[in-house]
Every structure is written in structure tokens, then in C-alpha cells.
Design a protein around this ligand. Structure first.
Ligand code: ZN
Length: 136
């Protein structure tokens, strides 16, 4: 058994490190509390719900923002569907330009969400590995 703080050998079962006084078991308890996150899982979550994987990677605000963008886009899609039902063809003229821009934006947001989830998850894991605690 070695001290997690200074790296010197400790007597088995010791509560404190005799060299630096670091409490044994502190770090190992943290290791159980803070597990690494799976970047593949984060990407999958974002593929299902835009922004979800970003929240999973610890970036709640960024994930929520992306999710809100996605919801707004769905709202515009819904409005265009209603206008189609009311006899106006949304796929012609000015409406079509807006509609296709929104759809293109949605696709970008979706892909961006997946890519960012993966990146943020790796950053989370790197931080956890270096500091022993998740990023604040
Ligand atoms: Zn020590």
C-alpha cells in the first residue's frame, strides 16, 4: 500500500500516511464517487436528444442551450406544418427559404451536439484523471 499523496510506502491498514499525514482511503473513496464517463455514450445521448450528451459530460448550461435551440427549430417546423395544413404551401417562396434554413440549422445543431458531447466527455475524463475530482 502506497500513499496517494506523497507516494511513499505505508504500513498496511494505516489510517494516515506516516510521512505526510495524508488520510488513507480519501482518494480511493473519491474514485468510487467519480467514475469516468463514456464519450460514446455521450455521443449516443446527443444523437437521441440534442444537448443531452453535453449535459451528461457535465456542461449543463451548454447542453440546455443546445436543447433549447433544437426545441425552437421543432417549433418552427410545427408552425410550417400547420400553415401547410391551412392550405398555404410552405415549400414555395419566402417561407421555403426560412424553412430550409431552419432544417439545415437543425442538422448542424444535431451534428454539433454529438461532436461536442464526445469532446466534452473526453475533457471531463482528462480533468478527472488529473485532479481526482470532476470539473466545476
Ligand atoms: Zn504520504
Amino acid at each position: 500500500m502506497y500513499c496517494e499523496s506523497c507516494g511513499r510506502e505505508m504500513p498496511p491498514g494505516a489510517g494516515f500516511c506516516p510521512s505526510c499525514g495524508h488520510r488513507a482511503g480519501d482518494i480511493s473513496r473519491k474514485k468510487i464517487l467519480y467514475e469516468k464517463k463514456d464519450p460514446g455514450m455521450a455521443a449516443l445521448l446527443s444523437a437521441a436528444v440534442p444537448g443531452l450528451g453535453i449535459m451528461y459530460s457535465g456542461r449543463i448550461a451548454a447542453g440546455l442551450l443546445l436543447f433549447l435551440f433544437a426545441v425552437c427549430g421543432m417549433g418552427v417546423g410545427l408552425v410550417s406544418a400547420v400553415s401547410m395544413g391551412s392550405g398555404t404551401d410552405p415549400f414555395t417562396g419566402f417561407t421555403a427559404v426560412i424553412l430550409w434554413s431552419v432544417f439545415a440549422g437543425q442538422a448542424v445543431i444535431w451534428v454539433l451536439g454529438i461532436a461536442l458531447s464526445y469532446k466534452y466527455c473526453e475533457e471531463y475524463n482528462n480533468y478527472l484523471q488529473t485532479h481526482g475530482v470532476p470539473p466545476q
